[in-house]
Ligand binder design. Structure first.
Ligand code: UDP
Length: 330
């Protein structure tokens, strides 16, 4: 039997590369695409030798051409950390708007099913906790996060329009904070920031008073949820995340225990529009997909810490993270 063909955009990124692995394991033909602005080929280089894997170095904000038929498209190309949006705001807006338009057109012409990576950021700084899919959000369109949040909101709107107007088969996953091997150590996100600081023997930087919360999902759980959603028949957005909520201060203490270091915690300015609370309501995922996270934070953090420790020493050099407050004030 012919293999089913799936296009994965953002394939060299953290989530994209894990998706490539999963679809290869399920015996798909995987067409990976990335412009490598934030992605890293090392995340997928183990796949290049496979006959059912191919890679296109391409920016999906420009017209996308893929020869042959396509059964599925997963749109995971986007900068995804607050420091990235501050550094490359225009690209962030373009990939969520022009990029999705190109991919929707491609999906329509190939009659492929398209799943988009949306985000808990569509809820902005939420006034309800946990956040159900029906919550419309509290987003500042002109703040530093607006370039990401609004691109993702537009992406959802565009996807639904193709679904209702053209009858295209679409799926929308709203991804909450996710962690695991292949995160970029210097992307400014809290988990690699804390682990990087612990490994370098620096103090851990908690932003604000550390009372803001996040809920962290281990990457394998997330990929399982996305896989199930793709093959479900549900076109409205579904939250995938781990509801185990923690404050950033408690999280910093957890990382200090995990790494066995005796670093201090220092408080820095809270970034503009930093959400005060975030926790997914996963009732829908449970009911529709029979999905819930299986990996506890303790287990997931151990695996992730081992991964970061195994990286070459140069990876530890802190280039980007120190700049956060500079970018943040622009
Ligand atoms: N944060 C922190 N110290 C850091 C980096 C981040 O306290 O060195 C906080 C940040 O202010 C936010 C939370 O950790 O409240 C998660 O930030 P992240 O950048 O990982 O992603 P977000 O969930 O805000 O998109």
């Amino acid at each position: 039997m012919e293999r089913k063909r799936v296009l994965i955009t953002g394939a060299a990124g953290f989530l994209g590369s894990h998706l490539c692995d999963r679809f290869i394991r399920e015996d798909f033909h995987v067409i990976a695409m990335d412009n490598l602005i934030t992605g890293d080929l090392r995340n997928i280089e183990h796949l290049f030798k496979l006959e059912n894997f191919e890679f296109y170095h391409h920016d999906v904000s420009k017209f996308v051409h893929v020869p042959g038929n396509l059964d599925y498209i997963l749109h995971f190309a986007s900068p995804a950390s607050p420091i990235d949006y501050l550094k490359i705001p225009i690209q962030t807006l373009k990939v969520g708007s022009l990029g999705i338009h190109n991919l929707l057109g491609l999906a329509k012409s190939k009659q492929a099913r398209l799943l988009i990576a949306s985000t808990s950021e569509v809820y902005g700084d939420p006034t309800v906790n946990p956040q159900p899919e029906e919550y419309w959000g509290n987003v500042n369109p002109v703040g530093p996060r607006g370039v990401y949040d609004e691109a993702k909101r537009f992406q959802e709107a565009m996807t639904m329009a193709y679904h209702t107007f053209h009858g295209l088969e679409t799926r929308i996953v709203r991804i909450f904070n996710t962690y695991g091997p292949r995160m970029r150590l210097n992307d400014g996100r809290v988990l690699p920031a804390f682990i990087g600081q612990a490994l370098r023997g620096e103090d851990l930087t908690v932003f604000g008073d550390g009372s803001q919360t996040r809920s962290f999902c281990y990457v394998d759980d997330l990929i399982e949820g996305i896989y199930r959603l793709l093959f479900s028949d549900y076109a409205l957005p579904v939250n995938i995340g781990n509801p185990d909520e923690i404050t950033m201060m408690d999280f910093a203490e957890e990382i200090i225990k995990l790494t066995g270091t005796d670093q201090k915690i220092v408080c820095k300015d809270l970034p503009v529009d930093d959400p005060k609370q975030r926790r997914p309501d996963i009732t829908k995922a449970k009911e529709l997909l029979g999905w819930e996270p299986k990996v506890s934070r303790a287990e997931g953090l151990k695996i992730t810490y081992e991964y970061f420790k195994s990286l070459p020493k140069e990876a530890l050099v802190n280039k980007e993270h120190k700049d956060f407050n500079t970018y943040n004030k622009q």
